[in-house]
Design a protein around this ligand. Structure first.
Ligand code: FE2
Length: 382
């Protein structure tokens, strides 16, 4: 009987450069829309499940029976079936992904960010979405920033460490993934803290951010969080500066590129807003701040040797001179327009979920929430 493996093991193999062949048996369209990717290139094959039903020997003839094959499908049944077919044909090392591609899409990898001894900062990388959320821990309290909808992960993380989640922040109204913020705040009896530029008129209960306010842990010691309104990607986008050392930049500043201001379909207006934000609110921040972004697009350029997505702000500016050196608002708008791409249709629906206007069932949310983000203004680096 072929064994199963978890999404967490799958990530570990990719991070460690294991020499498996990954066999995606979903149809070509689903595979091209969203496939497993990680910090290193992997040997990925896409041979649809039906090929293994119709002509198993022919379908498997593209694979080496001596190699280790890790099968992936939508839910798990087809991968298990194909793994068993391969075993029956003499393949010696075959296993299948538990709970399918959705478990990969929801996977969060916790990595500790080096910080002063009196607090802990964690990056929760979601490789399936190329997005990052964060946890800040002081004494027995935890703050969470930009949680994804896999809220069980954050509450388990806190429970295992005897922590209480006291504050939940969203840097903005997300368009590319369903936020876990409101539900995580609710089950933790924590405050949900967001800017009303994005949330006024929504059906979500929240504490509005005041620009320039400093938020502290309930025990009022430990690092404070300076809230800096940084509109552009969205009207309510906010950057959180922790302990004057770290910048949780949401989709305003990425390690490569900046957050695209065209998702709200007010490209000129929001691009101008972003230009002003970058010039007057972001570039005035110290260069030694460590940028902790909401997304990434390229592991090679954006991750450290320890697979953390971060860099100091000075380096980030140098990596993106083509953006930061633009000194004219109209030229900046032009740059944004030149780099504009279509946004996935589902983004409008995701925004409605995140504003509390619609509440699709879990299966529907799983499907809406699958797929990589499209949040960066460009993929170019100077
Ligand atoms: Fe975003």
């Amino acid at each position: 009987m072929a064994q199963s493996y978890s999404a967490a093991e799958l990530y570990e193999w990719i991070e460690n450069g294991a020499s498996h062949i990954y066999l995606d048996v979903r149809n070509e369209e689903d595979h091209s829309r969203f496939a497993v990717e990680g910090p290193h290139n992997i040997e990925m094959r896409n041979i649809p499940y039906f090929d293994f039903i119709e002509a198993p020997e022919q379908a498997s003839s593209h694979l080496d029976p001596e190699s280790s094959v890790r099968v992936i499908c939508a839910k798990e049944g087809s991968a298990q079936f194909v793994a068993e077919v391969l075993e029956s044909l003499g393949f010696i090392d075959v296993s299948w992904l538990e709970k399918g591609i959705i478990s990969w899409g929801n996977l969060l990898i916790p990595k500790r960010i080096p910080s002063p001894d009196n607090y802990q900062l964690w990056q929760f990388n979601r490789p399936g979405k190329a997005s990052c959320s964060y946890g800040l821990i002081h004494a027995d309290e935890m703050m969470v920033f930009d949680p994804s909808r896999n809220i069980g992960f954050y509450s388990d993380f806190a429970t295992q460490r005897d922590l209480t989640i006291t504050h939940v922040f969203d840097t903005h109204l997300q368009a590319d993934y369903i936020s876990g913020g409101p539900n995580l705040a609710k089950i933790s009896q924590a405050e949900y803290i967001v800017h009303e530029g994005d949330f006024s008129g929504s059906d979500i209960e929240f504490r509005p951010i005041v620009d320039g306010e400093r938020i502290q842990f309930n025990n009022s010691s430990g690092p404070d969080i300076l809230c800096t309104h940084s509109p552009g990607h969205t009207p309510g986008s906010t950057t959180f500066v922790i302990d004057e050392r770290f910048m949780i930049s949401g989709d305003t500043v990425f390690i490569v590129s900046v957050g695209r201001p065209d998702l709200g379909r007010k490209v000129v207006e929001w691009a101008k807003e972003l230009y002003r934000t970058l010039k007057t609110r972001i570039c005035t921040l110290p260069e030694n701040l460590i940028v902790l972004p909401g997304h990434y697009t390229d592991w090679d350029l954006e991750s450290t040797d320890d697979y953390l997505i971060l860099n100091d702000f000075g380096t980030v500016k140098r990596m993106n001179e083509d953006i930061y050196e633009i000194d004219d608002e109209d030229q900046f708008v032009e740059y944004i327009i030149e780099n504009m791409r279509e946004q996935p249709e589902v983004y409008d629906e995701i925004r409605k979920v995140n504003a509390g206007f619609i509440d699709p069932d879990e299966d529907e949310q799983d499907i809406m929430d699958l797929g990589k983000n499209e949040c960066a203004a460009s993929h170019m680096v100077s």
